[in-house]
Design a protein around this ligand. Structure first.
Ligand SMILES: O=C(O)c1ccc[n+]([C@@H]2O[C@H](COP(=O)([O-])O)[C@@H](O)[C@H]2O)c1
Ligand SMILES: Cc1cc2nc[nH]c2cc1C
Length: 348
């Protein structure tokens, strides 16, 4: 199948963007004084093709999966933490639960490849397989499985957005060792030196970072992913939650729903989505810059800049949820501020 033919992403509405840009000049503030919020308001209007776009309620989809590469000692935590954190999400105790409640967002967790069976009515189980293969010794998954994971992401985003009336989409993830898969994908897609794209993840030692670089370097040599084929890259060194997030992003863009990217893994998934359909980039907002050294490389590969840098490195969609009020401020500036005329204030 050819995913590019399945996804139709509408062009940004530049005409509405121009109208909103002029309208912002009439609001009661010195021109340009709301800085980046002004550009953000124009971008959101173009995405939604509406002069007064809204981003609330946000929806948060967290994709969870395990990684065979965890066997190579690349994470500070054991693999079973993926399962344990999914249980924490379902009990409402993780950071993303707290921040989702804070911003009034609905949160759904999708098991797209956790290595255990989890029975819980609140969990969406749409598993491709029980974790990926260890890509140091075998391919992470087949190309058919990579496409299946992307399609699951698309389908889950579709039912979530339509059933919950979601106005903006935050994509989060949980997967022990997924910074290793993300660094490998990023190295292949950008051609940048691997050691500049590898970091501490959940908190490994500097010594272990060198081991992680070595594992990624050897894995890429062994698997030989084709940089021009994002499905091949996902299959050889990717992750199921990364593919799922990419699919969800592609659906959101096709439906004019702004995508709020989170940290390193989420942004690498965005880069994968952009290699499937470049227009998806138009619908992305980068919420924050993570501590992971490869994050800025991935952000710049999308031609974006982060809104904030709080030294976060958690994942789960947490940084996107924390930055969400800033994005909402841009929309409320448009819908709620008085104009010079309506307030009877003299302009220059
Ligand atoms: O989002 C980020 O930038 C980020 C940076 C470091 C770690 N994480 C989270 O930590 C896990 C991956 O870290 P690791 O060390 O196991 O590869 C995974 O569950 C991610 O959600 C997330
Ligand atoms: C505790 C913990 C929580 C997480 N949330 C996302 N990745 C994580 C990794 C760990 C280890």
């Amino acid at each position: 199948m050819n995913l590019q033919n399945v996804i139709k992403i509408p062009a940004l509405d530049k005409e509405v963007g121009r109208q909103v840009d002029s309208y912002i000049q009439t609001l009661t503030k010195p021109p340009g004084s709301l800085g980046k919020l002004e550009g953000l308001a124009v971008e959101l209007a173009e995405m939604k093709s509406k002069p007064f776009p809204v981003v609330s309620p946000a929806g948060v989809l967290v994709f969870a999966a395990d990684h065979g590469i965890a066997e190579e000692g690349v994470s500070a935590f054991p693999q079973e933490v993926t399962l344990q954190m999914v249980q924490n999400f379902l009990n409402g105790g993780a950071a993303i639960n707290v921040f989702s409640r804070q911003i009034g967002a609905t949160l759904k967790v999708i098991d797209i490849g956790v290595k255990s069976t989890i029975n819980d009515k609140d969990l969406i189980t749409d598993k491709v397989r029980m974790g990926t293969g260890n890509f140091f010794i075998e391919e992470a998954m087949t190309k058919v499985e990579a496409i299946e994971a992307i399609e699951i992401g698309m389908r889950q985003a579709e039912s979530f957005i339509i059933n919950q009336g979601v106005e903006s989409l935050i994509l989060g993830e949980m997967g022990i060792a997924n910074t290793t898969a993300s660094s490998a994908i990023l190295a292949v897609l950008t051609g940048k030196p691997i050691d500049t794209l590898v970091g501490f993840g959940t908190g490994i030692t500097s010594e272990r970072v060198l081991h992680k670089v070595d594992i990624i370097t050897q894995s890429i040599e062994r698997r030989k992913p084709n940089a021009d084929d994002p499905i091949d890259v996902l299959a050889k060194v990717g992750g199921l939650e990364i593919a799922g997030m990419a699919g969800a992003m592609l659906f959101a863009a096709s439906y004019r729903v702004p995508i709020i990217l989170d940290g390193f893994i989420s942004t690498v998934a965005a880069l994968v989505a952009s290699k499937i359909s470049n227009d998806v980039i138009d619908y992305m907002i980068v919420s924050h810059q993570s501590v992971e050294p490869g994050h800025l490389t991935a952000i710049h590969a999308l031609g974006k800049e982060p809104l904030i840098n709080l030294g976060l490195r958690l994942g789960e969609g947490s940084g996107a949820a924390v930055a969400f009020p800033l994005i909402e401020s841009a929309t409320r500036m448009l819908s709620e501020m008085a104009t010079f005329q309506s307030a009877g204030i003299s302009d220059q």
